[in-house]
Design a protein around this ligand. Structure first.
Ligand code: GLV
Length: 327
């Protein structure tokens, strides 16, 4: 029997991919660090039965509607805002993502980013490397406490809950805002549900973990930052487009908030000229929330397992629909 043709939009390690060649006729874009060009992506999608995509690919109506053989897109991320799921549903193309396997890893990074931002860790490291450490002084690189403070989690999905667990361990008071109440999280982490506005006004650390949707695009705007406390920090490990970056920059330079820790940006890679990068109060990471070798391998294998299940007529492991809660 001929194997289904699958195109993977990035070079992945042979040790992960090769075992799947028994079931799938796999072609990979040959570069690991560079995304596939749009034209090649269009052509490969047209000749494939399945795609394994990264968050760098725009799996839009054009790709989906022009690819007559395509029946599944396995997106190697928990977020799937890069995939037009509604069109995929209309065209009967399955979509999968990679939840669960990255929850704890992403929560580690999110909490680490909060800590690095509050305690000026990156600036402090640079201070030594720049040979500026000549003495000790009482307020040298003095940061802000984390224990005993209030964290406000916007988006209490799996990763939100895993961050709440860490916050509880650090003796923080946990507030959250979510589309729906999470009674279990309230019970387990002593988390209190609040309106978005109340969370912004009360939290010392506002942490964005909500998926990017039409409703959450630019939900962190000028009004949101103006509601925050002047000594509060904004942390984003979700998607850059949940934030109006100009409003964030203004809020930081006008001292409306104390600083920000950002793992995600509206344009990725962010331009080195971006004003946010000039702020010492901003800690930036290049979208590495789930980036440990262990977890990235699990994400690759989960995507490939979904493809195999699909072509063997078995239930998908982690399907998404336009109404799935994807955090
Ligand atoms: O951002 C990463 C993901 O959605 O998995």
């Amino acid at each position: 029997m001929t194997k289904p043709k699958v195109f993977i939009t990035r070079r992945l390690p042979d040790e992960v991919v090769n075992p799947y060649r028994e079931h799938l006729d796999i072609e990979m874009w040959p570069r690991e660090e560079e995304p596939v060009g749009r034209q090649v992506f269009i052509e490969r999608a047209q000749s494939s039965h399945g795609l394994m995509t990264m968050l760098t690919e725009d799996v839009d109506e054009q790709i989906l509607s022009q690819s007559n053989n395509l029946s599944i897109v396995a997106n190697m991320a928990v977020g799937y805002d890069n995939v037009d799921v509604k069109t995929a549903e209309r065209l009967n193309i399955a979509v999968t993502n990679t939840p669960d396997v990255l929850t704890e890893t992403t929560a580690d990074l999110t909490f680490g980013l909060l800590m690095a931002t509050a305690r000026k860790m990156i600036e402090a490291s640079q201070y030594i490397k720049d040979n500026k450490w000549e003495n000790w002084s009482p307020l040298m690189l003095a940061g802000t406490d984390i224990h005993g403070k209030t964290i406000g989690i916007v988006g209490m999905g799996r990763i939100g809950e895993a961050v709440a667990k860490r916050a509880k361990g650090f003796g923080m008071n946990v507030l959250y805002y979510n589309r729906s109440r999470k009674p279990e999280a309230e019970e387990t982490f002593g988390a209190s549900y609040t309106d978005f506005e109340v969370l912004l006004e009360q939290a010392d650390y506002v942490v964005c973990l909500t998926p990017l949707t039409d409703e959450t695009k630019h939900m962190f705007n000028k009004d949101a930052f103006h509601r925050m406390k002047k000594d509060a920090f904004f942390i984003n490990a979700s998607r850059g487009a949940t934030v109006d970056e100009e409003a964030l920059y203004e809020a930081i330079i006008k001292k409306k908030i104390a600083g920000a820790g950002l793992d995600v940006f509206e344009q990725e890679p962010i331009s080195s000229e971006h004003p946010l990068l000039s702020c010492p109060e901003v800690v930036c990471l290049p979208h590495i929330g789930s980036s440990t070798k262990e977890t990235r391998y699990k994400m690759m294998r989960l995507s490939l397992d979904n493809l195999v299940h699909h072509f063997q007529g078995k239930p998908l492991i982690t399907p998404v629909t336009s109404s799935t809660d994807n955090s």
